[in-house]
Design a protein around this ligand. Structure first.
Ligand SMILES: [Zn+2]
Length: 319
């Protein structure tokens, strides 16, 4: 992956498309955010309305500022094919989103070249670019409502067939045996180690009703055994999956981000212990760590996509 934020290039627009919100930024040549905009994702109105909203967010950050950006980079959840510019698979949070022509559709609406990728992979871009290594290998996991990931080997971000590489949440682990997963399969790590997965496990272990992971964390901190066990099992499942992947891919760096690791020390110690238990000897000493970049990482990574990925050009050329 090239295109580190701050590399010599003109300003670019970064868009972060989530199920409920679109965040937009104009990112300058030095990686600073020059303008911001957010608006709701009109997910129930279908793909045309979402593409219209992405175009409106692009115009909003260009108003009064740079009128000649290098292009627009879009980070979106789901399986995104950067080459075809198409959404290959998505949850139903956006109606009819699977198959949407994300790259070409936004290029036609904005008159600007557009690059697109999965949101977790985009967020991993700045993390990869910041590593002090000319050809780093990175395993990046994001644990939140779902579990996403990104893999870079020898300095190159892997996209794989249909852009699906990095969907680490759908690795089988014994802790999730028999549990239904968001992808339609069963027994995948996301089913037990995501925020909802840990919360549901807490209930199965006998915990009282907990609507959110924060409730489980609070009860664990107060000494409740079922809550502490649920967090430890989720963290162990994530660590086990990461350790096995590390043996397969040989990363020099392992990063775990997202909201769930904010559960704190009990989460990290269980994850690191399970990870270390899986490692083959040459990887000894490799320890998962939190990301260096904060909540702007998807926006910065999205803007950087325009120098790293194929650009989808507007029909008739750039306006
Ligand atoms: Zn799955």
């Amino acid at each position: 992956m090239t295109g580190a934020p701050g590399a010599a290039r003109p300003a670019a627009v970064g868009l972060d498309l989530g199920g409920t919100k679109i965040a937009a930024a104009l990112v300058g040549a030095d990686g600073t955010i020059l303008a911001r905009h957010t608006r709701p994702t009109p997910g129930e109105e279908g793909p045309e309305a979402v593409l219209d909203a992405l175009a409106a967010a692009t115009r909003a950050v260009l108003t009064g500022g740079c009128q000649d950006p290098a292009g627009v980079g879009v980070a979106a959840c789901g399986v995104i094919d950067p080459v075809g510019g198409v959404v290959r698979a998505a949850t139903d949070r956006i109606a009819g989103w699977t198959g949407a022509p994300l790259g070409p559709g936004l290029a036609a609406r904005t008159g600007l070249p557009v690059a697109c990728d999965n949101d977790v992979r985009a967020a991993a871009g700045p993390e990869l670019a910041a590593l002090d290594d000319p050809a780093p290998s990175l395993l990046y996991l994001s644990v939140g409502t779902g579990i996403g990931g990104a893999v870079a080997v020898d300095g190159r971000m892997l996209h794989g067939c249909a852009g699906i590489a990095g969907h680490i949440g759908h690795l089988p682990v014994p802790e999730a045996d028999g549990l239904p997963c968001s992808c339609g399969g069963t027994g995948h790590v996301e089913a037990v180690a995501s925020g909802p997965g840990i919360t549901a496990l807490y209930g199965r272990l006998g915990g009282s009703a907990a609507g959110r992971l924060e409730d489980v964390v609070r009860r664990a901190d107060a000494g409740e055994r079922a809550a502490a066990d649920a967090i430890a099992v989720g963290a162990r499942a994530a660590g086990r999956a990461l350790g096995g992947l590390a043996n397969a891919l040989g990363p020099g760096h392992v990063v775990v981000g997202g909201g769930v690791p904010k559960a704190g020390a009990r989460y990290w110690s269980a994850l690191r212990r399970a990870f270390a238990a899986e490692l083959m000897a040459p990887l000894g000493g490799l320890v998962p760590r939190p990301p260096r970049h904060g909540h702007d990482a998807p926006l910065l990574g999205a803007a950087a996509l325009v120098t790293a990925l194929p650009l989808h050009q507007p029909p008739g050329g750039r306006i």
